[in-house]
Design a binder for this molecule. Structure first.
Ligand SMILES: C[S@@+](CC[C@H](N)C(=O)[O-])C[C@H]1O[C@@H](n2cnc3c(N)ncnc32)[C@H](O)[C@@H]1O
Length: 267
């Protein structure tokens, strides 16, 4: 898919920069069908490191500058970017936001201020979660994905979800997609690696997870926005299922790798 201008929006394009600025200055209200957002969780510097794990390095502790804010700044940032997404969404549009117990309150509070309708809180059960080296809590093996809609009419492709649901009923029939998804943390060939074999990005989301969201809440030729696109997962899946996309990423190295991943997936 080439970049194309539709109603002055540059589609299938990865902007580099701060998503709030890009959404305010480069995009238009009521133009987006679906937002998938995997924002910073503001966890850096607050967790223990697991040294030398095989999945690609010490990334139990996400320790990145983009993931460090005071609690007050984080709430303000969350309000601001969600507000921008709300303005860009079409009336029938949906938003999915990844989070953990650490930031779920901020996100729900921002959605509530906008009177968005929270339809589900999906639990992502990470079947290969990192071990708990503190031995002082239950081992964390879940993240959440808040699914909210803007208005009373929204796209939900119930039957397509049944088709792609890997779970089956006892007699082998198709099964409704539930709100608990068992998916491993991105690993193997899907995981982008540096030359030293460490993971390029600490939080690359699994393609399977993004696929379910795109199939559920968009149709072919719709426009999907990811304001924190990281390694480009959303763009790759959007193209695979014939959706248009816009991505935003402030880190130029991640953007460079995302662009080459998108290009490779076209081949
Ligand atoms: C949790 S990661 C997203 C990972 C992505 N879902 C993937 O599959 O690779 C968040 C990303 O947002 C970027 N980021 C952080 N703050 C940003 C901002 N204000 N504007 C744009 N990108 C930002 C970070 O550089 C990081 O790559």
């Amino acid at each position: 898919m080439d970049s194309k201008i539709n109603n002055q929006i540059k589609m299938n394009h990865l902007y580099r920069g701060d998503c709030i600025r890009v959404m305010k200055n480069k995009m238009f209200p009521n133009s987006i069908d679906l937002v998938f957002a995997d924002p910073p969780y503001n966890l850096s510097g607050k967790n223990l490191t697991l040294i030398g794990n095989k999945t690609g390095g010490n990334f139990y502790k996400v320790n990145a500058d983009w993931d460090k804010m005071s609690d007050v700044d984080y709430d303000k940032f969350t309000d601001e970017w969600i507000n921008c997404c709300y303005n860009l969404l079409r009336d029938r549009g949906s938003i999915y936001i990844c989070c953990t117990l650490h930031n779920i309150n901020s996100i729900l509070s921002s959605l509530k201020k906008l009177k968005m309708n929270v339809k589900n809180i999906i639990t992502w059960y990470k079947t290969n979660a990192m071990p708990n080296i503190t031995k002082r809590t239950f081992t964390h093996s879940t993240e959440f994905i808040i699914y909210a809609t803007k208005n009373s009419k929204w796209v939900f492709n119930y039957y397509d979800l049944k088709e792609i649901n890997p779970e089956r009923q006892k007699n082998g029939d198709l099964k409704q997609m539930r709100d608990v998804w068992s998916i491993p943390i991105t690993q193997g060939r899907e995981r982008l690696k540096l030359d030293n074999k460490k993971a390029l990005h600490p939080t690359q989301k699994p393609e399977e997870l993004v696929k379910r969201i795109i199939i559920a809440s968009s149709n072919e030729n719709d426009l999907v926005l990811d304001p924190f696109i990281g390694t480009g997962t959303t763009a790759v899946i959007a193209e695979r299922y014939n959706r248009n996309w816009i991505g935003i990423e402030k880190d130029s190295n991640y953007r460079k790798h995302a662009l080459s991943r998108i290009k490779n997936n076209r081949i």
